[in-house]
Design a protein around this ligand. Structure first.
Ligand code: SF4
Length: 440
């Protein structure tokens, strides 16, 4: 039986925080630590927190409290860790607090609490590291931090300015993941489209080729790995138009996740985001001309300070014109330290909720119609899960966790991670129903 120290781990927040968790877990496993889901038998517990909005802060504080109550030896890291005073004020007994990506601080705290075991076999970790996602897909983080200053967001102050990983280093990681069985890579960053700007798009060398640390060149090379490549979190810079031909040519998935946040030029200005909505609509048409199969996903905030009925109507009109495929929406909630808190015109909570509901109903109707149009088509689907009477998969239009799914009836012989062709037989507001029998 292993006598290695056991670590409990809680990972909260977005995929970027998840990748940080994976790095910490990989390092712990490399040093021979074991993991346990049972707080009571853990030698200490690491809580990787999120601090994005108030509800995420509450969830993080609850997780710390639970770990302290059940175990007592707790190390806190992640976005909320950047505000150590908030945590200290409530939980004086926490062993160590560090901000996002401060892996050294986390590891030092673990070493102090429970020194690493001396077991020569414990360093046998998988090449691709320890992953929290299913075996067949993985997040690939290409940079950290952000140079933008959206007024509702405090991520740049928590995670710092843009810091990109050189293209060859990131390609090597991607290659290891693919060799370990990953079939879909989800490329993430705080600002994916800004990749390489801080490195002046430096040229790197990989497999005898020169690869620039720049979005287009980098994803073109990723496409050579022969797995699904999905780009997430693209800020609407003009240069992202250059990746559209790669989507058209099936080098990467025809999927653009591009948060517009709003459509009223007045609100976008207050948000400190690009405000030329007309141009955005033109670009959406161009994207669809270049790549007719494209899925466009976006997120929006309703009830931002200064949003009157007029601005909300502008947003609804945009939704009508843009006919986006996938949409997420949040009611604005002030984040401590964000510039938007200084703005006049706060929208009452009940109106925010009303607008959110109206917005989502409108988009649900658009989504339902778009999915209905897919009935009778053949789609490639990656299988996430196989149950007795159905399997759950995702088409090229569905990112894990955030989009809909494809329910496949009669899943005989299917395995998670397989990519198969299915025939769409029915649809709902957000999901598709399919049959494996493409001749049916
Ligand atoms: S681009 Fe994203 S991470 Fe950067 S400031 Fe804006 S919302 Fe925050």
């Amino acid at each position: 039986m292993s006598n290695a120290a056991k670590i409990g781990f809680v990972s909260l927040g977005c995929p970027k925080a998840l990748v940080d968790s994976e790095r910490i877990l990989t390092q712990l496993r490399a040093e021979g630590y074991d993991f346990t889901p049972d707080y009571r038998e853990a030698d200490c517990i690491i809580v990787n927190t999120c601090g994005f909005i108030d509800s995420a802060v509450d969830e993080s504080l609850d997780a710390i409290e639970e770990a302290l109550t059940q175990n007592g030896k707790v190390i806190v890291t992640g976005c909320l860790g950047a505000k150590s005073e908030v945590i200290r004020a409530r939980f004086a007994g926490v062993l160590n607090i560090s901000g996002p990506q401060d892996f050294e601080s986390v590891m030092n705290a673990v070493h102090q609490q429970c020194p690493p075991p001396h077991d020569p076999f414990s360093s046998l970790i998988p090449d691709q590291g320890v992953k929290l996602t299913p075996k067949h897909y993985a997040y690939l983080k290409i940079s950290e931090g952000c140079n933008q200053s959206c007024s509702f967001c405090i991520i740049p102050s928590m995670r710092g300015k843009l810091k990109s990983r050189p293209a060859n280093e990131t390609l090597l990681e991607a290659d290891k993941l693919v060799k370990a069985g990953v079939k879909e890579l989800l490329v993430i960053a705080q600002d994916t489209a800004a990749y390489g700007l801080d490195l002046k798009y430096a040229e790197t060398h990989y497999n005898g080729k020169t690869v620039k640390t720049q979005l287009q060149d980098f994803v073109e090379n990723l496409g050579d790995l022969g797995v699904w490549i999905r780009l997430l979190y693209l800020y609407p810079y003009p240069h992202i138009d250059k990746v559209l031909p790669l989507m058209r040519d099936n080098k990467i998935l025809p999927y653009l996740d591009i948060p517009f946040q709003h459509a009223s030029p007045h609100i976008l200005k207050l948000m400190k985001r690009p405000a030329a909505t007309e141009k955005i609509l033109d670009r959406i048409h161009t994207w669809r001309d270049i790549c007719p199969d494209i899925t466009i996903r976006s997120t929006f905030i309703v009830g931002f300070p200064g949003e009157t009925d007029k601005e909300f109507e502008e947003l609804l009109d945009f939704l009508d014109s843009a006919q986006l495929d996938r949409v997420g929406c949040f009611a604005y909630s002030p984040v401590e330290g964000a510039k938007a808190n200084e703005l006049d015109g706060a929208v009452p909570e009940d109106i925010k909720q009303e607008r959110l509901q109206y917005f989502m109903e409108k988009q649900a109707a658009i989504s339902e119609k778009k999915l209905h149009n897919k009935i009778g088509t053949l789609q490639d689907v990656i299988i996430d899960e196989v149950n007795e009477d159905h399997a759950v998969g995702r088409s090229k239009a569905d990112a894990p966790e955030i989009d809909g799914v494809v329910i496949i009836e009669n899943p005989m012989g299917l395995k998670a991670g397989e990519i198969i062709k299915v025939k769409i037989t029915d649809s709902t507001e957000h999901d598709l129903i399919a049959s494996c029998n493409v001749l049916a």
